[in-house]
Each structure stands twice: as C-alpha cells, then as structure tokens.
Design a protein around this ligand. Structure first.
Ligand code: DGL
Length: 272
C-alpha cells in the first residue's frame, strides 16, 4: 500500500518546509502533523522531545506514511538519532525517518567565505550542540557560533512579525550572536519558524551577512534522497494531495496556517 509523505513539526514551523518541498515535489501526497497542543518543544528536555516525537512518528506510520520528515530542528536534534537507531529497526524496518539538520549542515560550509557561521535556533537545538558537531564532520575548518532565541517562536505563533517589540527581541538575539565574532558572514535560521521573521532579521543584520533558511535545502535534499532510493519513492503515493492534522484546536490551526502558507487549511484534530 502506498501512502503520503509525513511531515512533522511541533506546531506550525514545519509548514515553511512543507511549502518548499511541495514546490519541488508537487506530484507526491503529504500528511502534515503539528503537535500544537504540546508546542513549543524548544524548551523541553531531551527525554520529553524524544517521547513526543516518537508518538508522532508512530502515529504517522499508522496513517500509512512510508517516509516521515521531522521538519523541526528541535525534534531532529533531540529525537531523530534515537528513533533511527533504537526504534525503527523493530517498529517499522521498511520505513524511514529523516530530519532537517543533516541536509542543512551538508551545504552550509559552501556558503561561507570567512569560514565563520552563526546559528540561530531554539534553546533545545542550541544546547544539543547538533549543528557545531554535524558541521565539523563536513567542514572541519568552519567555526560555528550559536545563539538561542527563546522569544522568537512565541512571536511567530502570535503573528507578531514586524513591529517594534519584535524588532527589540530579534535585534537582541542577532546582536548577541554577532558579538561572539566580527567575522561571521553567514547566519543559518535553524528553526523552521524563523523564516517568517526574515524581513525583520534582515533589517537588523549587517547587509554583508547572508541569511540562510532551510526550506529549499531540505526540499532539494529530499529530491536527491528519493532519486537515490527508488524503492522508497515507489511506496509514496502521488496525487498531489495534502492533508493537515493538529493535536490542538483545528480552527486555530486553520487561522494560523494562513500566516505560514498564505491560504487557509482544512485541518482535522487528532490524538497521538
Ligand atoms: N520549529 C521548531 C524548530 O525548527 C521549533 C518550535 C518549538 O520550539 O517547538 O526547532
């Protein structure tokens, strides 16, 4: 039986990844799941994020998804490896779970000339140290500086994208990052919510610094993955459909999704 590609996020952020993926792979079907009832994940412990993410992956498997993308840096940082190594072999050996960190780190070293990269993410992603560790594997000469931005996800979720209060918190985190080194020439937005703040971030960042978002990188990497794994591509259904599910109120999801997608979804509420 073929099934949709599962796209999981703690809330709405993964919608930015879904949009980018659908642009490059419109022929596939997608099932988006947002764990809005338990968002944010960024401030939660490793064990909690792992348990929540595992529940979501099991649920998406039960809905027939042969392949699940964790479109959330926090879940990718704190849960992906355990799920791939400990759970998948007995849970569903023929299915796959992929994250967003590896594809991003594989290319970030090609973007920097100064060989100094800044990472902006949730506290969970920053504390996990996943980005410095993974970037070092591909680009040992690249120095990585990190800054947690605990206020940014709530600002995005409340649609406070471009005003003076938002500029205060965005400017504070960007400055904290740039104070760590004068030579950072590339900043990665390592949280799938942050592309919504791109205009404000660009306004408050020196022009010579390039800001990298993940959606397209993850999408390109998925195209490549499906080409390299035709047996997985064959298990993914292709009608160009997308369905949205949330663990919280569906009307709230539908209203908020318009901020991320530019159109209203017709989500259903599910329990994990
Ligand atoms: N969008 C999620 C990420 O990419 C973070 C949101 C949250 O803290 O739950 O890390």
């Amino acid at each position: 039986m073929k099934g949709p590609i599962g796209i999981f996020d703690s809330g709405y952020g993964g919608l930015t990844v879904l949009s980018a993926i659908r642009k490059q792979l419109p022929q596939y079907d997608y099932l988006y799941l947002g764990d809005n009832a338990r968002t944010p994940y960024g401030t939660r412990s490793f064990e909690t994020v792992y348990q929540y993410t595992l529940q979501a992956v099991r649920y998406l498997f039960s809905q027939g998804c042969p392949l699940v993308i964790l479109a959330c840096n926090t879940a990718s940082a704190k849960a992906l490896r355990s799920i791939q190594q400990l759970d998948l072999p007995h849970l569903a050996p023929d299915r796959r779970v992929l994250g967003v960190i590896r594809p991003t780190t594989e290319m970030i070293g090609n973007q920097t000339t100064s060989r100094q990269v800044g990472i902006l993410g949730t506290s969970g992603t920053v504390l996990s140290d996943s980005y410095p560790v993974e970037i070092r594997k591909f680009f040992p000469d690249v120095q990585v500086f990190q800054q947690a931005c605990p206020m940014w996800v709530p600002l995005v979720e409340n649609n406070e994208l471009e005003n003076s209060g938002t500029e205060y918190f965005v400017g504070k985190s960007v400055n904290n990052l740039l104070q760590q080194s004068d030579h950072i020439d590339t900043i990665l937005l390592a949280c799938t919510h942050y592309p919504l703040l791109l205009n404000t971030i660009k306004k408050l960042t020196p022009e010579h610094i390039s800001i990298v978002t993940q959606g397209e990188i993850v999408a390109t990497s998925l195209v490549d993955y499906l080409e390299r794994h035709p047996e997985m591509a064959a298990q993914c259904s292709k009608h160009g459909d997308v369905a949205f599910q949330t663990t919280d109120d569906k009307d709230k999801f539908n209203r908020a999704s318009a901020i991320f997608l530019g159109y209203q979804t017709d989500a259903t509420k599910v329990a994990l």
